[in-house]
Design a protein around this ligand. Structure first.
Ligand SMILES: Nc1ncnc2c1ncn2[C@@H]1O[C@H](COP(=O)(O)OP(=O)(O)OP(=O)(O)O)[C@@H](O)[C@H]1O
Length: 440
């Protein structure tokens, strides 16, 4: 392996043996290879790629496409069925959330445990402990058992340890999706510094924006095979084709749910917006590949989209007035919920983002009672250029710098802006063009 290559994956395949029942597994042990009681499942087939020193490579693919299996093979926690993997230097990995932590130990004890597993001596950890704690920014929780941590705190501490040990290879599997935007920004800043110092990074994420912004190369896995590799934007576009191309979500006829307004829902333009049940995923335009997480203190229940009064439009024209109705229920008492809305392109680039706090909607400050249901309407003029877009919604609370996501539904609503021949790009700036003078 050349000295510039940090990871070399050559023709890797991984086959799992699937047993219909535990009894079959036992029979297999007794048969000692004379007969097979299992089916073969190839989670990866003939995967090859290299990661250079200081390179950040993104891996995308649908659920079950083999991403985690690939990362585990690179980390050495799984063995390949065939093929070769060579890695150079110390590997740190942020795989399943908190998987490297002992829940009974305090944060401090886990820092020492984790860093020593990564090969640091106690003296080295002593020297870095202050930086780790500063980065994690979890205050006095550092001396509490990890089992008392929120998922956000866990990822803060896990990332802080992995990033401060200055690994040669850092593997990040979706972990950063749990942190809030500010912490994510801090992590990516740190990743950039590591990268500049020569760390190679493998990043698995559902966020195409992260792939496009932070990676120099990307791989798309589909059913265990690399179907596209190379320049990130092209890979992400192909991924979006797989997600929304051929099997695009149909825009159904307008549907009426329930009849009349009541405690169950609020009647609006021919539908009843649910105030009780989570029927979000039944609505036209719902993106079945949304990415959802949060601590569950709030549940986003339902939405509608109107374009100049048309309910769940199959496409929107630039210049139309859009109204987005959203209902959510507060299941556990919270203080000052914040509702955030983001619009992104198909490539994952954020076109617009704001929340009830940045917009100064003070009435949100009075919300938060347990059992309270809230119906919100957001309206805007569609200044978007033709293309496909996603709306993300989220309800969170903030205390100082710490944001607790209660229900985040990323890329939950898909809509299309009709083609027109006037503009291209992302937004219609409503440009006025006139000749002021001609000289012949
Ligand atoms: N131990 C196992 N035994 C049998 N099948 C497995 C095992 N681990 C994973 N698989 C299967 O292998 C396939 C790839 O799984 P993997 O977890 O690598 O996918 P992934 O792309 O990481 O998915 P996700 O995005 O949901 O995390 C899936 O179909 C999964 O069900």
């Amino acid at each position: 392996m050349s000295s510039d290559i940090a990871i070399s994956v050559e023709g890797i395949s991984k086959c799992y043996q699937i047993y219909d029942s535990p009894r079959d597994r036992l029979k297999q042990m007794l048969a000692r290879g004379r007969r097979s009681y299992f089916k073969e499942f190839w989670a990866l087939r003939d995967v090859s790629f290299t990661v250079e020193r200081g390179e950040t490579v993104g891996i995308v693919g649908r659920n079950g496409s083999g991403k985690s299996t690939l990362l585990q093979l690179i980390c050495g926690t799984l063995n390949p069925t065939s093929g070769n993997i060579s890695t150079r230097g110390r590997i740190a990995a942020l795989l399943e959330l908190g998987s490297g932590f002992n829940p009974e130990f305090t944060g401090r004890e886990n820092v020492y445990l984790n860093a020593s597993l990564l090969g640091l001596t106690n003296e080295e950890i002593d020297g870095r402990f202050k930086d780790i704690v500063e980065f994690a920014d979890i205050g006095d929780f550092i001396d509490q058992p990890v089992k008392t941590y929120s998922s956000g705190m866990m990822v803060r501490l896990a990332f802080a340890v992995q990033a401060q040990v200055e690994p040669d290879i850092l593997i990040v599997d979706e972990a950063l999706a749990v942190g809030d935007a500010k912490f994510q920004a801090k992590c990516f800043d740190r990743l950039k510094k590591l990268k500049d110092n020569g760390t190679s990074i493998l990043l698995v994420t559902h966020s195409s924006e992260q792939i496009v912004t932070h990676c120099s190369k990307a791989l798309l896995l589909e059913k265990g095979e690399v179907v596209e590799g190379g320049e990130p934007r092209g890979v992400v576009n192909r991924y979006m084709d797989i997600l929304f191309g051929k099997d695009k979500i149909p825009m159904h006829e307008n549907q009426v749910v329930g009849s009349g307004a009541g405690p169950e829902g609020v009647k609006k333009s021919g539908i009843v917006l649910s105030l009780e049940k989570d029927i979000f995923s039944t609505r036209p335009g719902y993106n079945q590949h949304e990415y959802r997480w949060g601590d569950g203190a709030v549940k986003i229940l339902d939405f509608y989209l109107l374009a100049d009064g048309e309910l769940y439009p199959s496409a929107i024209s630039t210049g139309q007035k859009i109204v987005l109705g959203v209902s959510f229920k507060i299941l556990n008492k919270i203080i000052r919920p914040i509702l955030g809305i983001t619009v992104k392109t198909l490539e994952g680039v954020t076109v617009y983002g704001a929340n009830s706090e940045t917009l100064g909607v003070e009435s949100f400050n009075r919300l938060g009672q347990e059992g309270q249901t809230v119906f919100v309407e957001a309206s805007f003029v569609c200044r978007l250029a033709p293309g496909d877009y996603f709306i993300s919604l989220g309800v969170a609370t903030a205390s100082g710098d710490m944001v607790t996501p209660h229900d985040r539904r990323y890329d939950a609503i898909h809509f299309q802006v009709r083609p027109n021949h006037k503009v291209f790009g992302i937004i219609d700036l409503n440009l006025k063009l006139e000749i002021k003078e001609t000289v012949s």
